[in-house]
Write a protein that binds this ligand. Structure first.
Ligand SMILES: [Zn+2]
Length: 85
């Protein structure tokens, strides 16, 4: 039985990360998200890549990162992640 659905995982991360990162995610959702991370190492790796990228972006643009830019970054990070052995 497969418990880790990579596709829905990635969707969860992509949809949640912007809110999670900018602090607008409601506390109950945040807890669910963190709980998921605690038993899903691939998502932690993904989150860390995103945070590193997001930090770089914030340095370039201290104001809010446009959603479409965030999506482009996520696509880039995702592609890089998937190339890792
Ligand atoms: Zn996951």
């Amino acid at each position: 039985m497969k418990t880790h659905d990579e596709m829905s995982c990635r969707r969860l991360i992509l949809e949640s990360l912007v809110e999670y990162e900018d602090g607008s995610m409601p506390e109950p959702e945040r807890r669910v998200f963190e709980q998921h991370l605690s038993h899903c190492p691939p998502c932690v790796v993904f989150l860390k890549s995103y945070q590193a990228t997001g930090r770089t972006l914030r340095m370039l643009k201290p104001r809010e990162i446009p959603k479409n830019l965030a999506e482009a970054v996520m696509r880039f990070v995702r592609e890089r992640c998937e190339k890792k052995p």
